[in-house]
Design a protein around this ligand. Structure first.
Ligand code: AMP
Length: 279
């Protein structure tokens, strides 16, 4: 595995790869969720490039940029064992020039869910993903369905801007108790870690109701909220929204839906979602 810190070195190493290249962009503190994306990329292309970059522009002023976990040494070993060919570890100053005037904005899809509670977040995401795509020039890139809205926004951006990168969505990897793996789980205290599986339990209960014929948006959301409220301690909902899985607009009935949630466990914001279909 070649480790590169600068854009020119990345371009040089990239040029030497023969055949298709898959790309997995991450913010590090790698866990099995990230490793499953790498595995999926390897199944689709012989070469794999992974980036680790804690992107400042997708964090709001009161968010956890400074305390976001960083474990470069352990992450490097994990990438190597996952069969990564090039690991890209740029600095903020390599990626962002101080007088930049250009941003990528996807409208509508970014107004809702996490976009409503994290203004500017998706502009940060779409801008960094575009920059990384231009630097890495992959044939395909894998993103997790755990960040369902992010995946939908990136799919739309690639389509609208004719970016020649195939986008692959990969399933959410979970702890044994159902909590979606996340770098932010490392920040949960013991009590919050105990309460956090309620996110998944609430979503599963709503899924069971949907499969039993429940088609009321309000009722499906209420079922999730009740489980979250009943959890032992400290969970506070940011949003619990039942939406159309394509437009992410409010669910109005039909055989497909998505419930997306963002819940604060103490000051750690956790997200999860579930796709609802007939049984
Ligand atoms: P992050 O490092 O949190 O920016 O995530 C990098 C990529 O990993 C994104 O495409 C995420 O959706 C994906 N990811 C994060 N957690 C999981 C998980 N538990 N299962 C599958 N993919 C995940």
């Amino acid at each position: 595995m070649i480790i590169v810190n600068s854009i020119p070195k990345l371009r040089e190493a990239r040029k030497a790869l023969k055949g298709d290249t898959g790309f997995v962009p991450t913010m590090g503190a790698l866990h099995e969720g990230h490793l499953s994306l790498m595995k999926s990329a390897k199944e689709h292309a012989p070469n794999l490039i992974v980036s680790i970059f804690v992107n400042p522009t997708q964090f709001g002023p009161d968010e956890d940029l400074d305390t976001y976990p960083r474990y470069t040494e352990g992450d490097t070993k994990k990438c190597e064992s996952a069969g990564c060919d090039i690991l890209f570890l740029p600095n903020v100053s390599d990626i962002y020039v101080p007088d930049a005037k250009t941003e990528v904005h996807v409208s509508e899809l970014t107004n809702r869910l996490c976009g409503a509670s994290r203004p500017g977040h998706f502009n940060g995401v779409t801008t960094i993903v575009t920059k990384l795509f231009n630097i890495v020039q992959p044939d395909l890139a894998v993103f997790g369905k755990k960040d369902y809205q992010q995946l939908a926004v990136i799919r739309k951006m690639v389509l609208d801007l004719n970016i020649p990168v195939e986008i692959i969505g990969a399933p959410t990897i979970r702890e044994n108790d159902g909590l979606a793996k996340s770098s932010r789980n490392l920040k949960l205290n013991a009590q919050m870690r105990q309460s956090a599986p309620a996110l998944r339990q609430g979503l599963l209960k709503a899924q069971a109701a949907f499969q039993n014929g429940q088609r009321s948006k309000e009722e499906l959301e209420r079922i999730v909220a009740e489980v979250i409220d009943d959890a032992k301690a400290g969970l506070r909902s940011d949003y619990i929204s039942c939406v159309d899985p394509k437009s992410l607009e409010a669910y109005e009935g039909g055989e497909e839906a998505l419930i997306a949630i963002a819940i604060f466990a103490g000051d750690v914001r956790l997200i999860d979602n579930i796709e609802l279909h007939k049984a």
